[in-house]
Design a binder for this molecule. Structure first.
Ligand code: CAA
Length: 254
C-alpha cells in the first residue's frame, strides 16, 4: 500500500500521508513518496494548488519515524521532506490541513506550507528534545520566525505541546475549524486560489518566501522583478479586461 495517497481533483493536488497506525510518522518511504508527489505537482501544468494532510483521525504527522533512527549521519534528503518545497523551488501554493498530532518533523513539514489551517483537535509541538534530539528539518529556524520568540523557545526547549486555539493565538495557523470541516475548508481556500491568476499567485509566493530572507531594499527589488514578469503574461491583461467588462476572468496560466 502506498504510504502517501496522491490524488488530483481538477486543479488541486491532494497529498495524504497514509500511515495512520504509526500516527503518519515520516519514514524514509513516506519522504520518498511525498517528494515524488511534490515534484509531479510542480511539473504538472494542470495542477495549481496542493493540500497536504494526514490519514485517519489521530494525526497530521507525529514526526520523523523514531523506530527508523540509526546512529550516525542522517540518510535521506538534507533538511527533511519539507525542504523539497524550497530546494526544488515549488512556487505553487501548499495548504496544510492539520488535525490531531502535528509534531516534530510533522510540524516542520507543515511550516514549509504556505497556509496552515487546523482542526479543533490539533496539537502542535517539537518534542525532539524529549528524546535527546533537536528539530532537524527547519524547526529551530522557522518556528522563531513564525511565532513570538519566547513562545518558540518554550516549545523548542520544553518539548511541550500547544493546542489549536493557542496555535491560532500565536499565529502558527490562520484558522481553526471543527474537525469535520477541515478538508472542506482547505478545499474552499484552494478553490479560491484557483480562481486567481496562477502565474501571479506563484510570483507572489516566490516574492513572499524569498523576500522574508532579504533586507527590505532587496526584497522590494525582487518584488519589482516579479511584477515585471507578471505584467508580461497574457493573464495580466485578462484580469484587467475582465474587470472592465464586469465578467469573471478566464485565466490560462500564460
Ligand atoms: N515514529 C514512529 N512511530 C511513531 C511515532 C514516531 N514519531 N509516533 C507515534 N508512533 C507510533 C507508536 O510507536 C505507536 O505504534 P505501536 O502501536 O506499534 O506501538 C503508534 O504510533 C501509536 O502511538 P502511541 O501508542 O504512542 O499513541 P499515544 O496516543 O499513546 O501517544 C504521541 C501519541 C504523544 C504522539 C506519541 O506517539 C509520541 O510521543 N510520538 C512521538 C512524537 C515525537 O517525538 N516526534 C518527533 C520525532 S523526531 C523528529 O521529528 C525529528 C525531526 O526534526 C525531523
Amino acid at each position: 500500500m502506498a504510504v502517501v495517497n496522491y490524488e488530483k481533483e481538477g486543479r488541486i493536488a491532494l497529498m495524504t500521508i497514509n500511515r495512520p497506525e504509526a500516527l503518519n510518522a515520516l519514514s524514509a518511504e513516506v519522504s520518498g513518496e511525498l517528494r515524488e508527489a511534490m515534484i509531479d505537482f510542480r511539473d504538472n501544468p494542470e495542477l495549481w494548488v496542493a493540500i497536504l494532510t494526514g490519514a485517519g483521525d489521530r494525526a497530521f504527522s507525529a514526526g520523523a519515524d523514531i523506530k527508523g533512527f540509526r546512529p550516525g549521519p542522517r540518510e535521506g534528503p538534507a533538511g527533511g521532506t519539507g525542504e523539497v518545497v524550497r530546494a526544488d523551488k515549488i512556487w505553487k501554493p501548499f495548504i496544510a490541513a492539520i488535525h490531531g498530532y502535528c509534531l516534530g518533523g510533522g510540524l516542520e513539514l507543515a511550516m514549509t506550507c504556505d497556509i496552515r489551517i487546523a482542526a479543533d483537535n490539533a496539537q502542535f509541538g517539537q518534542p525532539e528534545i524529549n528524546i535527546g534530539f533537536l528539530p532537524g528539518a527547519g524547526g529551530t529556524q522557522r518556528l522563531p520566525r513564525f511565532v513570538p520568540r519566547a513562545v518558540a523557545a518554550e516549545i523548542l526547549l520544553t518539548g511541550d505541546r500547544i493546542d489549536a486555539q493557542e496555535a491560532l493565538r500565536v499565529g502558527l495557523v490562520s484558522r481553526v475549524v471543527p474537525r469535520d470541516q477541515l478538508m472542506s475548508t482547505a478545499m474552499e481556500i484552494a478553490n479560491t486560489i484557483c480562481t486567481r491568476a496562477p502565474l501571479g499567485v506563484r510570483a507572489c509566493k516566490e516574492a513572499m518566501i524569498r523576500g522574508y530572507e532579504l533586507p527590505l531594499e532587496e526584497g522590494l527589488a525582487l518584488e519589482r522583478e516579479k511584477v515585471a514578469e507578471c505584467r508580461a503574461t497574457e493573464d495580466f491583461m485578462e484580469g484587467a479586461r475582465a474587470f472592465v467588462e464586469k465578467r469573471p476572468p478566464n485565466y490560462q496560466a500564460k
